[in-house]
Design a protein around this ligand. Structure first.
Ligand SMILES: [Zn+2]
Length: 296
């Protein structure tokens, strides 16, 4: 039976490299019913940027991938820009910690300028290492993260966080840091959330859940705001490292076809990640151009 679905279908966190593989992935996303993609920047060079100029080129590359995907697939692409926190760890070993920290701060200001001028919608990924680092490096990362949250607050945009997996204590810590910076905790978005920590234990921080099948079934029972993401990476050297880009639209089809969930409830729940959370956190009114017909 055919069902008409007229909500946008949004992947809240993906990476694409310049070139044909990005277009291929984006076309698959569109074909499956995807309409909006939050495109997070990444290092396109073989090394972490060592100068502000290299970050400028990196951000321009992200914006040009976004423009090309928009033009050639009709998908709306929203850029998310920031110096990757782990860059600091690499650059510090070459130039020293002080210079590496300064570079991160300069690059954050540059990313904020892109948001203010409408070429990006959030600062991300910002945050800390997901693996053990030296205490002085950890302190530097925490300082940069605090500054990133403050800049997000001043810029009036969300901060997309790269961190270790967060349990209640982790969420409480992030929430406290966010509050201190002036940013409302819900505008701190924990990207790559792999488990459902109940909303009462998230201390106001918003999770962006990895769209794994079992996790998605659990997540749709959660009160908002939250997002779905794949953290897609079209890196030929690491095939299969992340979920395919068509995963979020596929999960929509699965949920709509699930006999265990009333269809009206599913549509209402899906308006959380696709309509309400983008509106509330980003001030974006996402709409799909034409309704999608889904066979269930
Ligand atoms: Zn990412």
């Amino acid at each position: 039976m055919a069902v008409t679905f007229d909500l946008p279908i949004v992947d809240h966190h993906a990476h694409l490299r310049p070139g044909e593989s990005a277009l291929l992935a984006a076309r698959n996303f569109a074909k499956a019913g995807g309409s909006h993609l939050f495109l997070a920047t990444q290092n396109y060079l073989a090394h972490a940027p060592r100068s502000l100029e290299e970050y400028r080129r990196q951000f321009e590359t992200t914006e040009s991938i976004a423009a090309r995907v928009r033009k050639e697939t009709g998908i709306e692409v929203l850029s998310v820009l920031a110096p990757y926190p782990i860059d600091l760890v690499h650059v510090a070993s070459e130039t020293g910690l002080v210079a590496a920290e300064h570079l991160q701060l300069d690059a954050l200001e540059l990313a904020a300028k892109e948001v203010r001028e409408g070429r990006a919608v959030a600062l991300g990924e910002v945050g800390r290492a997901h693996f053990p680092v030296d205490p002085e490096v950890k302190q530097a990362l925490d300082r940069v993260m605090g500054t990133a949250l403050r800049i997000a607050h001043e810029t009036g945009c969300p901060a997309v966080l790269h961190t270790e997996d967060l349990d209640e204590r982790g969420y409480a810590e992030v929430s406290e840091m966010t509050r201190k910076s002036g940013l409302p905790p819900e505008r701190a978005i924990k990207h790559y959330a792999r488990t459902v920590v109940p909303s009462a234990q998230r201390h106001g921080v918003t999770p962006s859940f990895l769209a794994k099948r079992e996790l998605v079934r659990e997540v749709v029972r959660e009160p908002g705001p939250w997002f779905f993401e794949t953290d897609f990476l079209d890196d030929p050297a690491r095939p299969g490292v992340a979920l395919p880009l068509e995963t979020v639209p596929r999960r929509v089809r699965q949920l709509l076809g699930s006999p265990a969930l009333p269809r009206g409830d599913v549509v209402e729940k899906l308006s959380i990640p696709f309509v309400e959370a983008p509106r509330r956190l980003y001030g974006l009114e996402l709409m799909r151009r034409s309704p999608l017909t889904i066979e269930v």
